[in-house]
Design a protein around this ligand. Structure first.
Ligand code: FAD
Ligand code: SF4
Length: 473
């Protein structure tokens, strides 16, 4: 803590987003960066607390106090080394993490937490710019082979840790691109894909073998997988989206959020999509059903595609603005979030259920919604009450962004015969073991849909457990 008074004398300063009139015409990252002096000053606001709540809240156990002090002192390389010890990919979390740490920062008590996430991304970007993020292949190989199935953040983190320990790792991915939802879910305006490519190049130089366009269970048989590898880690994500099976669901114009987002990310990467398969909001009225982050990504994407209007509806009530007594500090606050996409122009409404999709000649023209009310019962549980007050919202495209239920159960999961938990996620014990010998699981596939930071933490933990298993411990 180089400057013990900085938290009193220096205010929180965010880098902010590119101007609206500029950013909505492209898919480049919207977030800006501070100059290096301002960044050092922001890092100096950290009090290096005796009880660092930021560290407590971070699923990776990042040592925010340590690396922010080093950044303030201008010791960027040491700051990066400290950060990289607990986070395999700070360039991803620094961009897309909802920053659980900041919400728990002691300075959040005065609504001006340290800009931890932005400080993190500055440290890692400086590390790349100054050339001290280099490939570090392991000195010795153990002779053991591990298959990682699924190349999202949990699979990549697991592969990275195992490779560092000298095991030979092959990552299988059914898509043509490596990266999971980082690549084909999260829009480019939040996470530019060159950032993923830069990391993958290093991982490949360090010896990890990537096999894109191989769906394990289909293109590569499960039996062969178990025969050829000493251990397998299943990190296939929670790929099944929650559906809304009401009247009119099969009308043309009703899509899952990921259908739009994946396609747009592919188009940005240069893919040619046949006209009859292209999902485009250009000149259309868009209704996004689901008030969460995936919904917000649909809003930003629709705006960039040229929608004439975007509405986002949510069945739950509007969260409180600012603070919420139900989730006091240092808990993650359940409050209204306004993303960069919301700022770009979208109507947001709450307490609306969807009764049916309305169509003409098989094509969507509107959605009948109904106002609902929520009441807390004596046990504090929220119960839904229908009011009968209906309203038709005109729409040409509906995007269903209501979360994900569990991993795909056909194919690999069924073939392996791994046990499932009550929510149909892959059941694992404390050591990430599934019910099938030498098969482990991590990330959304075993936890349920979550966050990039939790997926990385889960992948790291699985790697440690697999390493112990391979050593016979
Ligand atoms: C639109 C969207 C936006 C999001 N934005 C954020 C955000 O801003 N911040 C945040 O923290 N989190 C965000 N999330 C959540 C986050 O992306 C996920 O929690 C995280 O990616 C999960 O990582 P994973 O490695 O477990 O799985 P995934 O990233 O889902 O990767 C699983 C991979 O396994 C592959 N696979 C599946 N089956 C097979 C098979 N049989 N053979 C080979 N490969 C297979 C899939 O194709 C996929 O590539 C977002 C999610 C979505 C959908
Ligand atoms: S809680 Fe905030 S001020 Fe304290 S160590 Fe963490 S980042 Fe620094």
């Amino acid at each position: 803590m180089g400057n013990p008074k900085a938290f009193l004398t220096i205010g929180r300063k965010e880098a902010g987003y590119r101007p609206l009139h500029d950013r909505i015409y492209d898919y480049a990252e919207v977030e800006q960066t501070l100059n290096i002096e301002d960044r050092r000053l922001q890092a100096s606001r950290c009090m290096d607390c005796g009880v660092p709540f930021c560290h407590w809240a971070c699923p990776l156990g990042n040592r925010q106090g340590e690396w922010q002090d080093l950044a303030w002192r201008g010791r960027w390389e040491e700051a990066y080394r400290s950060l990289a010890e607990t986070d395999d990919f700070p360039e991803f979390t620094g961009r897309v993490c909802p920053a659980l740490c900041e919400k728990s920062c002691v300075l959040k008590l005065h609504d001006a937490p340290v800009t931890i996430r932005e400080n993190e991304v500055s440290i890692v970007e400086r590390a790349f710019a100054e050339g001290y993020v280099t490939a570090r292949p392991p000195r010795r190989r153990t002779g053991k082979r591990v298959a990682v199935v699924g190349s999202g953040p949990s699979g990549l983190a697991c592969a990275n840790r195992l490779n560092r320990r000298g095991h030979r790792v092959t990552v299988f991915e059914k898509n043509e691109f490596i990266g999971g939802l980082l690549r084909l879910g999260i829009p480019d305006f939040k996470l530019g894909k060159k950032i993923i490519d830069r990391r993958l190049k290093l991982l490949a130089e360090e010896g990890i073998e990537f096999k894109p366009s191989v769906c394990v269970g289909k293109d590569f048989k499960t039996k062969e997988l178990l025969e050829k590898f000493d251990a397998v880690c299943v990190t296939i994500g929670a790929g099944v989206p929650r559906d809304l099976p009401v009247e009119g669901r099969d009308l043309k114009g009703v899509y899952f959020a990921l259908e739009l987002l994946q396609q747009q990310n592919r188009v940005n990467a240069g893919a040619q999509i046949p006209q009859n398969e292209r999902i485009s909001a250009q000149g259309k009225r868009v209704l996004v059903i689901g008030g969460g982050d995936t919904g917000s990504d649909c809003v930003g994407t629709s705006i960039r595609q040229g929608a004439v209007g975007v509405t986002q509806i949510e069945i739950m009530p509007k969260p409180p603005v600012g603070s919420n007594p139900d989730t006091p500090w240092p808990m993650y606050p359940q409050v209204l979030k306004t993303s960069s996409s919301h700022e770009e122009g979208c109507e947001r409404r709450w307490n609306l259920a969807t009764n049916r999709f309305i169509g003409k000649d098989g094509v969507l023209i509107g959605v009948e919604t109904e106002r609902v009310e929520w009441e807390k019962d004596d046990a504090g549980k929220m119960t839904l009450k229908h009011t009968g007050e209906t309203e038709v919202i005109e729409a040409d495209i509906v995007l269903l962004a209501m979360g994900f239920v569990h991993p795909e159960l056909d194919g690999l999961v069924g073939d392996l015969g791994v046990g499932l938990d009550a929510r149909k996620n892959i059941a694992v014990d404390d050591a990430n073991r599934t019910t099938v010998g030498k098969v482990f699981a991590a990330g959304d596939a075993s936890m349920g849909a979550s966050l990039v930071v939790r997926a990385i933490a889960s992948g790291r933990r699985a790697a440690e457990n697999i390493d112990r298993f391979l050593k016979g411990q």
